[in-house]
Design a protein around this ligand. Structure first.
Ligand SMILES: Cc1cc2nc3c(=O)[nH]c(=O)nc-3n(C[C@H](O)[C@H](O)[C@H](O)COP(=O)(O)OP(=O)(O)OC[C@H]3O[C@@H](n4cnc5c(N)ncnc54)[C@H](O)[C@@H]3O)c2cc1C
Length: 416
């Protein structure tokens, strides 16, 4: 690359992470950014996503009109996440209201992805481009795609998700942390109309916009409101009694009633099972996560989003971490202008992002164990659950993103 040429940056994966990262980069005039997605189109599954306060702050740095984005996407602001007992003798008891000081927003994933992709010129977005191999040459990385085409780039950011391939290139194919591991839970979800959900679960649960989590022995139900209160997402997750390598399994009423057998005389399981089966061909998704990677970077290649740190959904932080990754990568690329500086920028990204994301992944796993009654000394005692849960989100929410970014930039500058 000559002095006046742009730095070429390729992002593989057009999910929330890839779209957020490309957003953080494509406006920078010294960068030539391209985003490659393996699917025939850039799209997201029909599920809700909760953006906690740290994710909202990160989004506001990526999209200056974030408040309008939330409005256009029909985001519903939550008063709190109310956790109640769903099984056992204390069924119906409130355990805690979480995030009262830090209310989240619930929105449709597809709407969020659409908003992240909308500002980008179509000529930098390439669908049907499944990365199949990476060649490292002295003057460029050559990306090979499954359709036989190739692209040259100076930097590669692998945002290709849980089952992506860039992680294996960064860590080495035989590294034990390459492959995702089953987290031990499986979940089903469904989107139902607001009227259906409120009639079934009771209108009093919908008087204020709140996310609800019903916790107890071996499982959890959640419901939250999105799309300008037209839709309610219902989720049921239980300890996976039949782990398999299939990512998606068909299920029926019998499966759910078996998974929640000790909940059926409680206040919520029967209704939630009806809602999970409402007009859907139900499927259950096993939860997967990554073991901690020793590094997110290899020279001019890095991984971000779920490709780097896929985590359980119990603290609703996977997408939030992808948005934070994007903000940090955006700030670091603003500092560099030559190919030789890329590896240093990625090292600073790794040093700053890996501790936080891996801490949250571990915390999320433990939160799941707490909420599904798997921690022996806590069990399903509401008071012990209250004590165990009350501070668990502080590390995630009480977070100064500006300082985090400054630390990354200082680290890069000190190394240059
Ligand atoms: C049930 C559940 C609930 C969740 N709830 C929340 C929540 O409330 N809040 C929150 O913050 N997070 C939540 N998360 C986590 C969040 O959904 C993920 O962290 C986030 O969507 C990951 O985005 P990503 O772009 O990294 O990965 P993905 O969405 O998996 O995107 C990866 C993309 O890469 C593409 N790709 C794969 N391989 C290749 C290749 N070889 N070449 C090119 N493209 C490729 C894929 O097609 C895909 O489009 C939840 C997760 C789950 C499972």
């Amino acid at each position: 690359m000559g002095g006046s040429e742009k730095l070429r940056v390729a992002v593989t994966g057009g999910g929330l992470a890839g779209a957020a990262i490309a957003n953080a980069l494509f406006r920078q005039p010294h960068l030539d950014v391209h985003i490659y997605e393996s699917a025939p189109e850039f799209s997201e599954r029909g599920q809700a996503i909760g953006l906690a306060v740290n994710a909202q702050r990160a989004l506001a740095r990526l999209l200056p009109d974030a408040e309008d984005v939330f409005q256009r996407a029909g985001a519903v602001p939550m008063h709190s996440t109310r956790i109640l007992m769903g099984s056992g003798p204390a069924a119906g008891t409130k355990v805690i209201d979480l995030a009262e000081e830090n209310p989240g927003k619930i929105l449709h994933r597809a709407a969020l992805l659409h908003e992240l992709l909308a500002p980008m010129p179509p000529e930098i977005m390439h669908a049907n481009k499944k990365l199949s191999a990476i060649e490292e040459h002295s003057n460029a990385l050559v990306l090979q795609f499954e359709d036989g085409s190739t692209a040259e780039t100076d930097a590669l950011i692998g945002a290709d998700g849980l089952f992506g391939s860039v992680r294996s290139h960064v860590l080495g194919a035989d590294h034990p942390a390459v492959k995702p591991v089953a987290a031990g839970w499986a979940g089903a979800h469904n989107l139902v109309s607001y009227d259906t959900a409120s009639n079934k679960l009771g209108r009093e649960l919908f008087e204020e916009d709140r996310q609800y989590g019903w916790i107890g022995e071996g499982g959890l139900f959640m419901h939250d409101v999105l799309n300008d209160r037209k839709i309610v997402q219902c989720v049921g997750s239980s300890v996976d009694r039949n782990p398999s390598s299939e990512r998606r399994r068909s299920i029926d009423r019998q499966y759910l009633e078996h998974a929640f057998s000790t909940w059926l005389d409680g206040p919520v399981a029967g209704n939630m099972i009806d809602l999970l089966l409402d007009q859907e061909k139900p499927a259950v998704f096993a939860q997967w996560e990554h073991s901690d990677a020793p590094s997110y970077v290899k020279e001019n290649i890095c991984i971000a989003g779920d490709a780097a740190h896929a985590m359980t959904p119990w603290q609703g932080s996977g997408a939030a971490m992808a948005l934070e990754d994007a903000v940090v990568l955006g700030a670091l690329f603003a500092q560099i202008h030559s190919r030789s500086q890329i590896a240093g920028a990625f090292r600073a990204y790794d040093a700053i992002r890996r501790p936080r994301t891996q801490h949250i992944a571990a915390s999320s796993r433990l939160t799941g164990r707490i909420m599904t009654g798997l921690v022996e000394e806590i069990g399903t005692d509401p008071e012990k659950l209250h004590a165990a849960l009350k501070d668990r989100w502080d590390y995630i929410y009480d977070f100064d993103l500006g300082k985090h970014v400054d630390e990354a930039v200082s680290m890069l500058q000190a190394a240059q």
